[in-house]
Design a protein around this ligand. Structure first.
Ligand code: SAH
Ligand code: SF4
Length: 345
């Protein structure tokens, strides 16, 4: 089958074999057709509204040592910070009340200071603001995920990073791919919406493994998938690596939209960091979510997963107006609902 026929097949059936995915990922001539098809499927299944999720990066302290990440434990060139519960609540309140955001995302390194009790207190306080709440705080056990759910959390983001187990174990010393997969299963059991995703362009990552990643998203029946290019950080062992490209990241994202047509897919910050129009391009190639950063500037510079992390900023009224104008300019609007995953297939 030609690329065109494969893309039509994916649009109609939301299924491709591993070999078909590999073919489309490898063929550079089919990118634009793929982006247009993903844009069409996005329009048909999740509509033209964009969901804004206000991101609070509440601690950059991490017990792990992921080779790609600027927050890794062995990076001593980084000023570490941890927000107080009051600071976290104040940011969430500002986002909900003054900016009208419907979802708050709490993200951090794996900071053991925030134990189950502290997290549940934070969750309960934020839920009083009538927002949906997403957590992205790393690997926990089933009873912790259940406790977060009982306290009112709605969703959880935990990227599998790559389904290539050998690569995962090389890049995530001391961690286990099976344990991470178990976390995704436990999240499903807990009743939280499950978000996952990968980085594109990790050193040693193959096109074949990217095809496996896309099939994995379908296999775990993900509610949300975030895909971003790997961007090398100078204070990590991967400082000299090449990094991912916007084009391949967009292709993986577009194929994910074709195979999982009704899920939420963010235009990731890493895409915007690689190219100034990366976010807009992503919104026109399958994405329907933006996660503007609402962390205060004084802390934001220290949450350096990768260099140059240029996040969408809507902390000021002007910035929010600007974002709305950008969204309107591509014929889209901002959603006023919570943006839960509505299953349609
Ligand atoms: N500690 C939590 C959440 C914060 S890290 C966790 O690991 O799940 C959030 C995501 O940032 C990671 O899942 C990873 O995919 C991404 N990330 C880390 N380093 C990166 C880099 N150098 N380039 C691009 N993305 C990166
Ligand atoms: Fe920590 Fe997450 Fe970075 Fe790994 S990716 S070092 S777990 S913050």
């Amino acid at each position: 089958m030609s690329c065109k026929e494969l893309i039509s097949k994916a649009s109609a059936t939301h299924y491709l074999t591993r070999d078909e995915l590999i073919l489309l990922l490898k063929d550079k001539s089919c990118s634009n057709l793929l982006f247009a098809a993903a844009d069409d499927i996005r329009h048909r299944y999740v509509g033209d509204e964009i969901h804004l999720r206000g991101l609070i990066e509440f601690s950059n302290i991490c017990r792990n040592n992921c080779c790609y990440c600027g927050l890794r434990r062995d990076n001593h060139n980084l000023t570490r910070y941890r927000l107080s519960q009051d600071e976290i609540f104040a940011l969430a309140q500002h986002a909900a009340v003054n900016m009208g955001l419907k979802t708050i995302v709490l993200q951090s390194g794996e900071d053991m200071y925030f134990d189950q009790d502290k997290m549940c207190e934070i969750i309960t306080s934020i839920k009083s603001l009538n927002v949906a709440l997403t957590l992205s705080i790393g690997e926990k056990n089933l009873s912790e995920y259940q406790a977060y759910k009982a306290a009112g959390a709605d969703r959880f983001l935990l990227r599998i990073e790559t389904t290539d187990k050998t690569l995962y174990h090389r890049l995530d010393p001391g961690m286990s791919w099976q344990a991470r997969k178990q976390c995704l299963d436990d999240l499903r059991t807990s009743g939280l919406e499950v978000g996952s995703g990968i980085m594109v362009g990790l050193p040693g990552q193959t096109i074949e493994s990217l095809a496996d990643d896309i099939l994995f998203f379908k296999q775990i029946d993900a509610d949300m998938i975030g895909i971003g290019p790997f961007i090398p950080h100078p204070d990590t062992p991967l400082r000299n690596a090449f990094g991912g490209t916007l084009e391949l990241s967009l292709k993986v994202m577009a194929l994910t939209r074709l195979l999982l047509p009704d899920i939420n897919i963010p235009a990731t910050t890493a895409m915007e960091t690689l190219a100034p129009s990366g976010q807009t391009k992503a919104l026109q190639s399958g994405a329907n979510v933006i996660m503007p950063n609402i962390t205060l500037n004084q802390y934001r510079k220290f949450y350096e997963l990768y260099p140059g992390k240029s996040s969408t900023n809507i902390s000021s009224d002007d910035a929010l107006t600007e974002l709305k104008a950008k969204i309107a300019s591509i014929g889209r609007s901002i959603s006023s609902d919570y943006g839960f995953h509505q299953k349609k297939i």
